[in-house]
Design a binder for this molecule. Structure first.
Ligand SMILES: Cc1cc2nc3c(=O)[nH]c(=O)nc-3n(C[C@H](O)[C@H](O)[C@H](O)COP(=O)(O)O)c2cc1C
Ligand code: SF4
Ligand code: SF4
Length: 188
């Protein structure tokens, strides 16, 4: 099974002329490359729960990092198209070397050791039982996390403070912090 393909139809419009900026006859395009990686990763992760055949992960892989994530989501192998178009066939050797380096640094003999790891590491009950934890030593009180929290669960005092009653566990604050000051804290 191969997951996924490009996504679309999609469109962009020239705001001076109102015409499509895509080059096709219909005016539509199909999206590929890094923008579709999270969709592809989610699809592979979900499929791995339900099928017992090899899954080839494809969509937005441009480094060893994404390839490893695909394997952890359950893929047996990965496919790369857009990155090869943009960078040339050297991309395959580069990504293979990056995967090798990753394995060497962690003492891995085979990628099968990490295949599907995300399913073992992230149990469904964990998803329901975490809160963001702030590291006061790393927090600069910049306020980016509080600004992004639509649940108004973060107040900035000397550093960011999370109101665990208000927090819905959406995880957005973690992605906003440039200082690595927020990490998930799982409850037992
Ligand atoms: C220029 C281009 C042409 C493509 N042509 C095909 C095709 O003929 N058949 C197909 O199944 N997928 C085609 N794809 C989709 C790719 O095989 C791949 O599934 C998709 O681009 C996502 O992977 P990527 O982000 O690594 O490019 C094409 C993609 C691009 C960018
Ligand atoms: S985004 Fe990070 S550094 Fe900024 S206030 Fe929030 S936790 Fe602190
Ligand atoms: S996880 Fe979501 S709801 Fe909770 S504090 Fe962060 S942004 Fe707010």
């Amino acid at each position: 099974m191969v997951l996924i393909n490009s996504l679309g139809p999609c469109l962009d419009i020239d705001i001076e002329t109102g015409k499509s900026l895509m080059g096709s006859k219909t005016g539509y395009g199909w999206m590929s490359g890094p923008a579709i990686f999270p969709v592809a990763l989610g699809a592979v992760y979900e499929a791995y729960k339900h099928v017992d055949i090899p899954i080839l992960g494809v969509g937005g892989i441009s480094s060893g990092r994404e390839a490893v994530k695909m394997i952890m989501a359950g893929a047996s192998a990965v496919q790369i198209c857009t990155a090869a178009i943009l960078e040339g066939p050297e991309v395959y050797g580069r990504i293979a070397r990056q995967i090798e380096q990753y394995m060497e640094e962690r003492g891995l003999e085979s990628l099968t050791e990490i295949q599907g790891l995300a399913h073992k590491s992230q149990r469904q009950e964990d998803l329901r039982r975490w809160q963001p934890a702030i590291n006061p030593e790393l927090c600069t009180a910049c306020g980016r996390c509080a600004q992004a929290c639509v649940y108004q669960a973060i107040k900035i005092e000397k550093y960011a403070v999370v109101d665990e009653e208000r927090c819905a566990g959406c995880g957005l604050c973690i992605t906003r912090c440039k200082f690595g000051a927020i990490t998930p804290k799982y409850q037992d």
